[in-house]
Design a protein around this ligand. Structure first.
Ligand SMILES: Nc1ncnc2c1ncn2[C@@H]1O[C@H](COP(=O)(O)OP(=O)(O)OP(=O)(O)O)[C@@H](O)[C@H]1O
Length: 259
């Protein structure tokens, strides 16, 4: 069997804002090729965990490794693409084209002052193709819908050829048909380009059909396993994590809802 290569490991991680513990004893491993969804109710610590993994917050207790290195020694941030929750908050007058937004993703790899490489246009088009947005190349970013802007920002992350792509609530405000299409697209990136994906989401209804692994967080990590195990998880246990009933769509049985 192929050896698993850990991309992210989290060990005995605790985190407090002031005195409030918001993450407690988190243990999590994401291996190369995984497509992990982190789910949990509002305020359960999902963004905090992402910010710790991205080095945006300093670890207080515990350890994180990225690509096998302790996070404080890790320097290859170009291997990690991140699209934040607010990536689709542009107003109509924002003066940048889709081309310019996606191209700006090259500066991470290229350095700010170096000229863009000769094949830049092709690279931008290729990244936009991966999210099916190439027809919007010269449109103003502000004229696109929230979901389309989100895809452009994913293209901006993809142009840097990341090995790990982290998306914070990419489907907020996206209708259910497009949510499903969005996950199909992410599945394709994961399978065809071999990109390891971590997505923070509230979409418990659809994810188990689309992702390879699920982590349920509410201060503690209540569950971490593959999507089949997630589907088989006792539904009442999941509603304990959430404090209310939760719907999961399973591969075999369609929708299972708690009464
Ligand atoms: N900068 C901060 N200072 C103090 N408390 C914070 C700060 N950021 C977040 N918190 C608190 O930490 C807890 C976890 O917040 P976090 O944003 O990680 O949750 P989340 O699961 O991402 O929530 P949501 O789904 O609503 O985005 C919440 O109780 C929140 O109020």
């Amino acid at each position: 069997m192929e050896q698993k290569r850990p991309i992210v490991t989290v060990n005995h991680l605790n985190y407090r804002y002031d005195r409030d513990m918001v993450l407690e004893n988190i243990q999590l491993t994401v291996n190369a090729g995984d497509f992990l969804a982190i789910v949990g109710p509002n305020g359960s610590g999902k963004s905090t965990l992402l910010r710790l993994i991205l080095g945006l917050l300093k670890i207080q207790e515990g350890e994180i490794t990225l690509f096998g290195e302790p996070i404080d020694k890790f320097r290859h941030w170009e291997k990690i693409g991140f699209v934040s929750q607010k990536a689709n908050a542009f107003n109509k007058a924002f003066p940048a084209t889709v081309f310019e937004v996606v191209r700006s993703g090259l500066t991470k790899k290229n350095g700010l002052l170096k000229p863009f490489p000769k094949n830049t246009v092709n690279k931008v088009i290729e990244a936009l193709k991966a999210v099916q947005m190439e027809q919007f190349l010269y449109r103003n970013i502000g004229e696109l819908s929230g979901g389309q802007q989100q895809r452009v920002f994913i293209a901006r992350a993809l142009i840097g050829e990341p090995e790990l792509l982290i998306l914070d609530e990419p489907t907020v405000g996206v209708d259910s048909k497009r949510v499903s299409d969005f996950y199909d697209l992410m599945q394709k990136l994961n399978k065809e380009k071999g990109i390891t994906l971590i997505i923070v989401t509230h979409d418990t209804g659809t994810i188990s059909k689309k992702v390879s692994h699920v982590a349920c967080l509410n201060k503690h990590l209540y569950f971490h396993g593959n999507s089949t195990e997630f589907e088989q998880m006792d539904q009442r246990e999941l509603s304990l994590v959430y404090g209310h009933e939760v719907t999961i769509l399973t591969h075999d049985h369609g929708q299972e809802e708690l009464g």
